[in-house]
Design a binder for this molecule. Sequence first.
Ligand code: ADP
Length: 410
Amino acid sequence: MNSHQQPENADQAMEELQISQTLKQITYKILVFSGKGGVGKSTASANLAVALALAGKKVGLLDIDFHGPSIPKLMGLVGRRPDMIGEKILPLSFSENLLVLSLGMLLNAGDDAVIWRGPMKNGAIRQLIKDVAWGELDYLIVDSPPGTGDEPLSLVQTMQDLSGAIVVTQPQQLSVDDVRRSISFCEKLNLPVIGIIENMSGFVCPNCGSLIDIFKSGGGQQLAEEKNILFLGKVPIDPAIVESSDEGKPFVYHFGKSPAAQAFDTIVNRVVQYLEVDVPARAQKEQEHSDVKKIESITRFAMPLENGMVSAHFGHASQFSFIDYDRAKNVALKIEQKTPPPHEQGVIPKWIADEKVDVLFTGGIGHRAREILEGRGVTVVSGVPQGKPLNLISKYLKGELETSDNMCDH
Ligand code: ADP
C-alpha cells in the first residue's frame, strides 16, 4: 500500500494484512513494465524467471497482463488450471523451483480481456496478489499490464516493498519515447528502476550467426545513460525465440547457447548483482554516513550540580548532569544525573573522560584535573556562572556564555 493510501474500513484493513502476509515471504519483487504491448515484455518476464530459477533461485512468475495474458503459452501451460487450498490459489510448477500463475489460467475459455471494467481489474489485481500461495520465494517476477495507466498504477499501489521495475523497450525512437513515460511513471511513484532491457536489438542471421543491426539499435542504452539507470542488456531478434515461444518452451531453457539466451544470462547476472550486492552495499554506506552525521552533530556535556544548578566546585559536587545535545536540531536528546565516585586525586576527571564527555562546564576546577581532562580531549569551560544546565548550553552554543575567572582551583 502506498503511504498516502489508508485502508478505509475493517475489510480493507484485513485485505491489506493478507497482502502483506503473502508478500513478506518474498525477498525480491520485480515488476516488468513496457511503454506499450508487443515489445517483448512477457518474453522478458518468462525468461528472466526461468534464468533466475536455473541460477538456483526460488522463483515465482505472476502474469497480470489483462491485454492478453501470454505467460501460459510461453511456459507451455495452456489449458492448465491451478488448484485451490482453502481460499488460496496454488500456482503451477514449471520446475522444482519455479512456480507460475497467470490471470489467463483463471479466466474461463472465451473470456474477453476487453470487457474488464476498471474496478474489476483492480479487484483482480488485489486478489492475484493476496490469494496466491507462493510460500517462500527469493524472487517474484510480475508481468505487468503495459503502459502507464490505471492498471499498472493499481498494481504498484497494491504491491508492498517492491524491489523495483525492469523496463523493456525496443531500440527505435518511438519505443524509447514510450519507455521515457514508463520511467517518469516509476519516478512519480517512488519505484526504483532496476534497469532497462533493449529487446529486438539487431538480428542474428540464422545462417552465419552474425548480428545485423536492422533498426538503429542503442536507443534504450542512450536513455539509460541519460537517466543514470542501469542498462541491463540488448536481446537480439532471434528466430529461436519465436519458435520456442510458439512451442511453449522458454528459450533460455531450451536454447541455452543462442545469442538471445546468452544476452539474458548477462541481464540476470546484472539484476542479481544490483539487488543482492549493490543495493545492500549502498544502503549500508548511507547508514554509516547518517550515523557519522548523527554523531558529528551531537555533543555530550557534563557539569557538577548543586540544587539543579551548575556548581562552582568540580571536585565536591554531590551530582553530575550528563546531557547529549543535538546541535543541529537544538534539543537535548538525553539528560542523566549521576553520582560521582569518591573524591580522590584524578578519579573524577578520569570518570568524566570515560563517560565520553565532549565539554565540561564548571564554576571552578583544579589545574591537575583540567590537565587530565584536556589530555583526554575534553573541552573544559570554567568560570561558568550558576544557572540551569540547558540555558547555559544554549548560550554556549550561540557563543553568548559569559564566563568569569576560574572560581576555585583546588
Ligand atoms: P509483450 O509482452 O510486450 O506484448 P511479447 O513478449 O508477447 O510482448 O512478444 C511479442 C512477440 O514478439 C512474441 O511473438 C514473441 O515471441 C516475439 N519476441 C519477443 N522478443 C523477441 C526477440 N528478441 N526475438 C524474436 N521475437 C521476439
